[in-house]
Design a protein around this ligand. Structure first.
Ligand SMILES: *Cc1c(COP(=O)(O)O)cnc(C)c1O
Length: 389
């Protein structure tokens, strides 16, 4: 189906920070899927773990226990410092499970509503789309319902929205698809306090922010605000399909209340364990913070050079450079294409933002080369000739 608006690029191979197209041309990959390849392509430790698990056992369903699943759940619980884990296959599924937990919690007291944010993205299934604050994505599928939307970082609007019908507040600590909008620490603190005072749950969608992307295992650890439920997916298994829903023990599903045929399969779980192991042993949380600061500073210099008013937003290596001039049509797509022409991949995010999410293994010299290319791409994009090409 013609579902995806694709870039004119056919990719055939990946190696470390690079991918190669069908003409053998190399691209430095600051997209990394959509923030889904934290170790880079073909990381030796990850490859070895996945190959070994493929040889040993691939699938037996969840009617039986398997080692990698138990080990991954235990590891996630350790890293989070709380919770029980349900494993699935994607971000939408991990949020779907979170929303079922929320419904199960709120229903006995007639609380069926979720308060979510304008510009948020939680997935494409019915329940997750209903909680996604992007009218254009929702429109063809209305009526959806079940969610109230408030602007991010607006304390008064949140205070007004959370009432006796609210089962949960659902937020991304940094809005990803919505244009890389970090929630302020005091906003997250207020969300925690309001949830507690008014009998609602606090749910963090960490599908994009989690697994080291923001310079800590999970973004909530940088804010110090602990949610009742959080979700992971994208980077967790370095490109293999997986999702995880971590919930306080008191919120756990009972037997038969939720399930997945493939969820928590041995191969993606082995891949995820290799990701967590490599992040720890290679100091990638620290690297995400250090290289993130270097990249943000470089992108800001380039924005200034180009005379653009916006400044880079984000946390760790989840960064967005707003390239809009405030006038005329959005430029992010033009800049991304100009980068591609120079051998660099990045992605677009809402609100006219060029999103940079390189592997967490990225080094300073590579960051600098991306910044140089971004500087050139901006200059080229702001000239009408290449912009219309
Ligand atoms: C990508 C994303 C999702 C959806 O994940 P899928 O694996 O595509 O279903 C949900 N929430 C956030 C924050 C995301 O970035």
């Amino acid at each position: 189906m013609p579902t995806y608006r694709r870039y004119p690029l056919r990719l055939v191979r990946g190696e470390g920070l690079r991918v190669f197209d069908d003409a053998g041309r190399a691209y430095l990959d600051f997209a990394a899927g959509i923030a889904a390849v934290p170790l880079g392509h073909g990381h030796p430790r990850w490859l070895e773990a996945v190959h070994a698990q493929l040889d040993r056992l691939v699938h037996v369903s969840n009617l039986y226990a398997t080692g990698p699943q138990e080990e991954l759940a235990e590891r996630l619980r350790e890293l989070a410092g709380f919770g029980l884990v349900f494993l699935s296959n994607s971000g939408a599924e991990s949020n779907e499970a979170a929303l079922k937990i929320v419904r199960r919690y709120g229903r006995p007291r007639g609380r069926l509503q979720v308060v979510a944010l304008d510009g948020s993205f939680h997935g494409r299934t019915f329940a997750t789309l209903a909680a996604t604050g992007q009218p254009d994505k929702r429109a063809p599928f209305e009526p959806l319902g079940g969610a109230t939307f408030v602007p991010p970082n607006d304390l008064d609007a949140l205070d007004e929205a959370v009432d006796e019908t609210t089962a949960a507040i659902l937020v991304e600590p940094v809005l990803g698809e919505g244009g890389i909008v970090p929630l302020e620490p005091r906003y997250l603190e207020a969300a925690r306090r309001l949830s507690d005072e008014r009998g609602a749950l606090l749910v963090f969608d960490e599908v994009q922010t989690g697994v080291g992307r923001c310079g800590s295992w999970f973004a909530f650890q940088r804010s110090g605000v602990r949610p009742d439920v959080f979700t992971l997916a994208k980077g967790l298994a370095n490109g293999l399909p997986i999702g995880a829903t971590v919930a306080a023990e008191t919120l756990a599903f009972g037997p038969g209340e939720h399930a997945s045929t493939f969820g928590g399969g041995p191969v993606p779980c082995a891949g995820a364990l290799a990701v967590l192991g490599a992040i720890e042993e290679e100091g990638l949380l620290e690297n995400a913070r250090v290289q993130g600061e270097r990249l943000a500073a470089g992108l800001d210099r380039a924005l200034e050079d180009a005379g653009l008013p916006g400044r880079t937003r984000g946390l760790g290596l989840l960064l967005g450079a707003p390239v809009g001039t405030g006038e005329g049509p959005p430029k992010a797509g033009t800049v991304v294409r100009a980068l591609m022409a120079r051998g660099f991949l990045a992605t677009e995010a809402g609100g006219d933002v060029v999103r940079c999410t390189p592997p967490l293994t990225v080094d300073g010299a590579t960051v600098d080369s991306f910044v140089d290319a971004f500087d050139e791409a901006l200059a080229a994009s702001l000239q009408p000739a290449e912009a219309s090409a």
